[in-house]
Design a protein around this ligand. Structure first.
Ligand code: HMG
Ligand code: MG
Length: 301
């Protein structure tokens, strides 16, 4: 596989939003700096959501301002116009709205139905268009929901079609609770691909059941070329019971480079960034590649 694959780094947002230890603004800025220095040029750095819902993302305005001078593209989540206003005031040029493929998760996460969430996004889309701001759209629970169970590929395709039609430049497909397997991931991508060109789809797979890399591989075979991942395998959503981290960026980079895809990521610098944040969080990274490289380094091999 010789084509380019784009990695969107989730560590500072999805990675930290569910941590018991809230990481301060300075450390979040330093984390983004380290990720950019490692060659990750697109990083989701925060969320303009209710501070009651996600206190870990308080200060996202300061983080966004703090990284503004760095070379790179910085994304932030916005659930509504209030979030959009705050994101723009902090200089956001790319924002992400987030919907779900299941009614149960939509209600738990953003306190409204799927249809209502789209209505909330419409004024954000209109404002963004007028401001020249690009909008990415997420869909959660594309391979299963903690509340509603199995999710039909057709249901995902329907929401993707709507996000695409309202003007999202890319639709990121979230296996929020990491229950998917490669065959299901493939079927889902094929269904969504009938509504949104595959070049405009991203794979956002959590690794709860250890299937994320296999699911990504299946997606790459289908032609998908955008991957959301988090340094060290950080991540999770407080409204997705049982969910663990995103697929680890190191594991994705290792797989892609092994397949002959150049990622432009400096693995040693990335592992150093992950070790630094893991130290702050007080627990070791879950990434297999990070742990293998740390063990190799400490044994001097
Ligand atoms: P609501 O209670 O329905 O909203 O929450 P509301 O409009 O009635 O407002 C309630 C309060 O929130 C008010 O404050 C508002 O001012 C405030 P109060 O009067 O009670 O003091 N508020 C806000 N504050 C800051 N920023 C805002 C904002 N909007 C309202 N933008 C709402 C609806 C969407 C706001 C809430 O449910 C919320 O913030 N949810 C966030 C959930 C979230 O961030 N989840 C994690 C990210 S999604 C994810 O991780 C999945 C993903 O990774 C993909 C995947 O893995 O599947 C993307
Ligand atoms: Mg996620």
């Amino acid at each position: 596989m010789s084509e380019q694959v784009r990695i969107i780094e989730m560590g500072p947002r999805d990675g930290l939003q569910n941590e018991k230890t809230a990481v301060g603004v300075e450390a979040r800025i330093a984390f983004v700096e380290a990720l950019v220095a490692a060659g990750l040029d697109t990083v989701e750095v925060g969320a303009f959501v209710s501070p009651k819902a996600i206190p870990q993302m308080v200060g996202s305005d300061e983080v966004l301002r703090g990284v503004g001078r760095l070379p790179g593209e910085f994304h932030v989540l916005v659930p509504n116009e209030k979030g959009y206003d705050a994101a723009r005031a902090a200089g956001a040029e790319v924002v992400s709205v987030f919907a779900a493929a299941s009614e149960g998760f939509s209600r738990a996460n953003i306190n409204c139905s799927i249809a209502e969430s789209i209505e909330r996004f419409k004024p954000v889309m209109a404002r963004a268009k007028a401001d020249g701001v690009r909008v990415r759209g997420y869909i959660s629970c594309v391979l299963g929901c903690p509340f509603d169970g199995e999710i039909k590929p057709k249901a995902v395709a329907g929401v993707a079609k709507t996000l695409w039609e309202v003007g999202c430049y890319e639709v990121s497909l979230g296996d929020t609770i990491g229950v998917g397997t490669p065959t299901k991931a493939r079927e889902m991508l094929r269904a969504v691909g009938t509504e949104v060109p595959i070049a405009h789809l991203a794979m956002h797979f959590h690794d709860t059941y250890g299937q994320a890399l296999a699911n990504l591989y299946a997606g790459l075979e289908e032609g998908a070329r955008v991957i959301d991942s988090a340094a060290g395998g950080l991540g999770g959503c407080p409204y997705a019971p049982g969910a663990t981290g995103n697929v680890a960026t190191e594991d994705v980079v290792y797989m892609l480079e092994g397949m002959g895809v150049r990622t432009g990521v400096d693995m040693a610098k990335l592992v150093a960034a992950t070790n630094e944040i893991a130290g702050l969080l007080g627990r070791p990274p879950v990434s297999r590649v990070v742990n293998a490289l740390n063990a190799k380094r400490s044994s001097g091999r």
